[in-house]
Ligand binder design. Sequence first.
Ligand SMILES: C[S@@+](CC[C@H](N)C(=O)[O-])C[C@H]1O[C@@H](n2cnc3c(N)ncnc32)[C@H](O)[C@@H]1O
Length: 268
Amino acid sequence: MEDDFSEHSKTLSPADKEKLEIQNSRLISEHKAKMLELEARKHWDLFYKRNENRFFKDRHWTTREFQDLINDAGTSKRILFEIGCGVGNFIFPLLEEKLNFDVIACDFSSKAVEILKNDPKYDPNSIKAFQCDITTPDVFSIIPINNVDIATLIFVLSAIHPNNFHQTLRNIYDLLKPGGVLLFRDYGLYDMAQLRFKAGHKISDNFYMRQDGTRSYYFSVDYIGSLLKKSGFEVISNCYIHRRTVNRKDNIDVPRIFVQCKAVKPFG
Ligand SMILES: C[S@@+](CC[C@H](N)C(=O)[O-])C[C@H]1O[C@@H](n2cnc3c(N)ncnc32)[C@H](O)[C@@H]1O
């Protein structure tokens, strides 16, 4: 299914506007929001205990969307750091393409990392995976600064509290070599999953709790663009992606909205 790139998210219909109004009628209490933050790791661990590697589809679109993954200028191996790797739906298809990478991968959830490492496709010669909260400085005890050629953040920043967006991007910036690239894809503003939340699920602007306690933010291109710039990046591309998820067997045909960016750590 082809992606449609755009500068615009979605024009809200009166029914969409009403859905967003209803969400505002009952927000999550401050206490509950604090608990969700404190227990964020536990909720992701439970998610992976329940779903193991059956939930996310393998991401076979990544080399099509992100040419930087293929454009290998030199002969030496590049270091790719996949943040929030989950159970490998991004990494394993990428490694199948036999690109010249050493892959480092981290996830908040130790259960996800355990499932990833137990996968027969996990080859410790080409992947090094570890548990880590990317919002903290812990990552620097594993990866030195100015070390990474390509960092990937695929449907991960949305799972992090907005108060930690800047620190997360700053940590990634510090890990990248000058000239290193961040590839980003995540949920876009007014995606159908955002409009579907009922009252009692909204935490703050564009930030929601799912039924299972995991959380999700929906990004506008303006907001992610300004976050990247504030963290020191030069934004090379930044747009909405409109895509239909079609499953004829289950009679599903839904429009999705994602945001996709490429940002570079400038030299000097
Ligand atoms: C929606 S999943 C996406 C997984 C994977 N990137 C993919 O595309 O299939 C979000 C992932 O972000 C991870 N995550 C959430 N908060 C994180 C944090 N603070 N540091 C590192 N990973 C985090 C979760 O554990 C989860 O595996």
